[in-house]
Design a protein around this ligand. Structure first.
Ligand SMILES: [Zn+2]
Length: 279
C-alpha cells in the first residue's frame, strides 16, 4: 500500500493530570474547570484539518461532564474507554476489572477501544484482554514497546498486532482482538517512544515525523497520543519537583497545538474504530 495513504491515529486521553497526593483539593477543582476550554481548543484543531479521532475518556469525568462528552460525539469523534478512574491497573484483580468493564458500558454505552491508565497493561494483568473481549471491545491501545521510567513493554511488536492474554508480547494469528501499540522509533537495539507524553512535547517534532514515516513505509499506521491538559497554557500551578514538573506533567500549551496541527497537516489521521485492522 502507498505509505502516504495509510491512516494514522492521533488519539486523545481525556483526563485530569495525575496530581501528586499532596496537591490540595481546591487545585484539583481548578484543573477540572479547565476541561472545557482544553476540549474546545482540541476540537477546533481537529475540525480545521478535517480529522476525526478517538478520545479515550476517563469514565468518572464523562459522568461529571455529560456536556463535554456529548460535544466529542457531536463532532463525530470516537469515544473509547480510559477506565473509570485514572488509577493504574497493575494491581487490579480480575473480578474488580470485570465490574469495571460493566461500569464502563453503563457510563459510555457500547465502546470498542480501551487504554489502561499509565499504560498499565502487563502479562500479570493480561486477563484485562479477556474481560474486554467478553464485553465486546475490539481493541486495546495500552502497549508502549519500549522502556521508560513510567511504563513500557519492551519486546512487544511495534506495529498493530493480534494480541492474546496468553502472551501479550506476541502476535497470535487466531486472535481477533487488536493491539495498537504507541509509536516508537528504533535506534540499533533500542526503541524509544515517539508518539506521546514527554517525548512528543519536548523532543524535536522532526523525530516524531520520521517515526511516523518509518512506520508507514513499513506498511503500518502510527498511533500517537496526547492529553487534553497538555494543550493548556493556563494550567493552575502545582508544587512538585523538577522531574515531575517537566517529564510527567507540564506541556507547552499553545506550542503543543502548533505541533498537533503540523502533524495533522502532514499525515493522514482517523478514528481507530475505522481502522482496516478491525475489519
Ligand atoms: Zn491517561
Amino acid at each position: 500500500m502507498n505509505p502516504e495513504r495509510i491512516v494514522n491515529h492521533f488519539t486523545i486521553d481525556f483526563e485530569l493530570p495525575n496530581l501528586p497526593q499532596e496537591a490540595p483539593l481546591v487545585k484539583r477543582e481548578r484543573f477540572e474547570e479547565r476541561l472545557e476550554s482544553q476540549l474546545d481548543a482540541l476540537l477546533k484543531a481537529f475540525d480545521k484539518h478535517n480529522v476525526t479521532t478517538t478520545f479515550f475518556v476517563v469514565g468518572e469525568l464523562a459522568a461529571r461532564h455529560p456536556v463535554l462528552f456529548e460535544k466529542i460525539k457531536e463532532e463525530n469523534h470516537e469515544i473509547a474507554s480510559h477506565a473509570i478512574t485514572h488509577k493504574e491497573l497493575s494491581e487490579v484483580k480480575e473480578e474488580e476489572f470485570r465490574k469495571e468493564a460493566m461500569k464502563i458500558k453503563k457510563l459510555l454505552g457500547r465502546v470498542k477501544g480501551f487504554r489502561a491508565p499509565i499504560f498499565s497493561l502487563s502479562q500479570k494483568n493480561s486477563f484485562i484482554i479477556d474481560v474486554l473481549k467478553k464485553n465486546r471491545f475490539l481493541y486495546d491501545s495500552s502497549i508502549v514497546p519500549s522502556v521508560t521510567t513510567e511504563y513500557g513493554a519492551f519486546g512487544a511488536p511495534f506495529k498493530p498486532y493480534r494480541i492474546s492474554s496468553a502472551n501479550i508480547f506476541k502476535e497470535h494469528a487466531t486472535s481477533k482482538f487488536i493491539e495498537f501499540p504507541i509509536l516508537t522509533i528504533g535506534f540499533g537495539p533500542f526503541r524509544i517512544p515517539a508518539g506521546g507524553g514527554f517525548f512528543l512535547r519536548l523532543l524535536p517534532i522532526e523525530l516524531t515525523e520520521l517515526a511516523i514515516k518509518k512506520m508507514n513505509h513499513g506498511g503500518a499506521p502510527a498511533t500517537l497520543y496526547a492529553h487534553n491538559w497538555e494543550f493548556d497554557s493556563k494550567l493552575p500551578g502545582v508544587e512538585m519537583n523538577f522531574y515531575r514538573k517537566t517529564v510527567v506533567y507540564y506541556g507547552t500549551g499553545g506550542l503543543n497545538l502548533k505541533r498537533l496541527e503540523r502533524l495533522l497537516k502532514g499525515f493522514k489521521f482517523g478514528r481507530m474504530d475505522e481502522s482496516p485492522y478491525l475489519k
